[in-house]
Design a protein around this ligand. Structure first.
Ligand code: ATP
Length: 437
């Protein structure tokens, strides 16, 4: 079974995720993605962009700046309302989020029978501040964006003016967000720097029409995780109670995963109503309305948002794929997400004729875009190499052996079944491409 400890250890050992700035003792709530982690994350982002943006006529993408005019955050309500309730333990002065029952209980029991008193909750703003400017005393305060959403909404008019998009249409974006989380934890689950992948979908401001798109996108996003291999029985929707809803939300549902630390949100689907565009119109003085040429109506559209965390998705894909079998640990990642698609081995590293032939096969496969990246391994014995590739989720391993030298065939070994088949080198690239589809 995947415990969080096992995932953390595998992630560190095999180069998926390291603690941020580790040699300096780390920095709470920050993580660095290693050689395999960056491939996994890129594959997740690519799968999002492909399905949500590139293959849809009604969606375009943008990449807005992380730093924005601070007025954006006043307009969006984040300066005022992007808060969590913070309480302080009067015994040890540790600060925790008052709405996180598990952490509160764990903290109380860490004081072993001692009566723990908490301060009254006070609002703690999650926006991370920074300073910009060349002269020390003229520096002006800016915020590192707390969500990537606003970068899309402030460009609503630009997108309309520079494309042929007509409502209903969406704008996708992927990028970093920053939150001064009171209690980062559960590995990358709650970090202070993380990436979001979002769609902002603009609809007519009519409840019925917006609700229709809301249901549509809820279903699409759940399907996306399942198509990428996540176990259906570990996924569920949960609707926010009224008191939990963010200040902008008319309705909010989370997609949750049954993780080793409980059911947890990793994507939110929100009906933001006309909140964002109305607020930006008010604060910027610019007209943010849409003119519908078909009906002659002018209005501020509603927004249906799907907001997923790339890091939480990566963590839950890893947890979901982790499996312990008799003699091996195997990450049963969907090949689309696997960091390495194919590994090539010469049976013996000290036989130059095998190594030469394996190098040729490696070179051949490395020119095929859909098979990249291809790994090379000639250390230890074949069993160890299979073990190492299974643990990082490589779907196929190719071995060049003495038969290869006679008949130009190699073995393809399947990660999930461990079965091997022999194929001719001249059909290898096509066979693998087909298997990886
Ligand atoms: P939570 O209740 O867990 O703090 P949230 O409801 O504030 O999350 P949203 O504002 O809806 O989260 O953000 C959308 C998505 O961004 C989340 O579903 C999650 O995947 C991701 N996300 C938000 N905060 C963090 C964080 N601190 N670390 C990693 N990912 C995050």
């Amino acid at each position: 079974m995947a415990t969080l400890d096992k995932i953390v250890s595998l992630a560190k050992r095999r180069g998926f995720i390291y603690p941020g700035s580790e040699i300096y003792g780390g920095l709470g709530g920050t993580w660095d993605y290693g050689p395999l982690g960056v491939l996994l994350k890129n594959n997740i982002k690519h799968a999002f962009w492909h399905r949500v943006v590139n293959t849809r006529e009604d969606v375009v993408g943008i990449d807005a700046a992380i730093l924005m005019n601070p007025k954006v955050w006043e307009a969006s309500g984040h300066v005022q309302a992007f808060t969590d309730p913070l309480v302080e333990c009067k015994v040890c002065h540790e600060r925790l989020r008052a709405d996180q029952d598990e952490e509160i209980k764990a903290h109380e029991s860490s004081h072993k029978g001692q009566k723990v008193q908490w301060t009254e909750p006070r609002k703690f703003n999650l926006l991370v501040e920074a300073k910009l400017g060349v002269v020390e005393d003229q520096k002006s305060k800016v915020y590192l964006r707390g969500e990537i959403t606003q970068g899309v909404h402030v460009n609503f008019k630009n997108v309309l003016d520079s494309t042929r998009m007509q409502i209903p249409f969406g704008v996708g974006q992927i990028g970093k967000a920053f939150r001064n989380e009171i209690t980062p934890g559960n590995f990358t689950f709650r970090s202070r720097e993380f990436e979001q992948m979002e769609l902002q979908y603009y609809t007519e401001p009519e409840k019925k029409k917006a609700d229709k798109w809301y249901e549509y996108w809820k279903e699409q996003r759940m399907k996306w995780y399942i198509t990428l291999g996540m176990n259906k029985s570990k996924l569920r929707f949960r609707q926010h109670e009224e008191f939990e809803r963010a200040h902008y939300a008319k309705d909010a549902w989370d997609i949750e995963y049954d993780s080793p630390f409980g059911w947890k949100e990793f994507e939110g689907i929100h009906n933001r109503g006309d909140w964002d565009l109305s607020q930006h119109q008010k604060y910027s003085g610019q007209d943010m309305s849409y003119f519908d040429q078909k009906t002659g109506k002018k209005y501020i559209p509603y927004i249906i948002e799907t907001s997923g965390g790339v890091d939480r998705a990566a963590l839950f894909f890893l947890i979901d794929a982790y499996s312990e079998e008799k003699n091996r640990v195997v990450l049963k990642l969907s090949p689309e997400l696997s960091p390495i698609k194919v590994a090539v081995f010469p049976l013996l590293a000290n036989k130059p004729e095998l190594v030469k032939c394996a190098r040729e096969v490696y070179g051949l496969l490395s020119t095929v875009h859909s098979l990249l990246p291809v790994d090379w391994d000639d250390r230890g014995n074949i069993g160890k190499r299979y073990f190492a590739q299974d643990e990082i989720g490589t779907p196929y391993c190719i071995t060049i052996d003495f038969d290869t030298l006679k008949d130009n065939t190699v073995t393809i070994r399947d990660r999930d079944t461990t079965k091997q088949e022999r194929v001719k080198i001249n059909t290898l690239a096509a066979t693998l491409t087909k298997k990886l589809q």
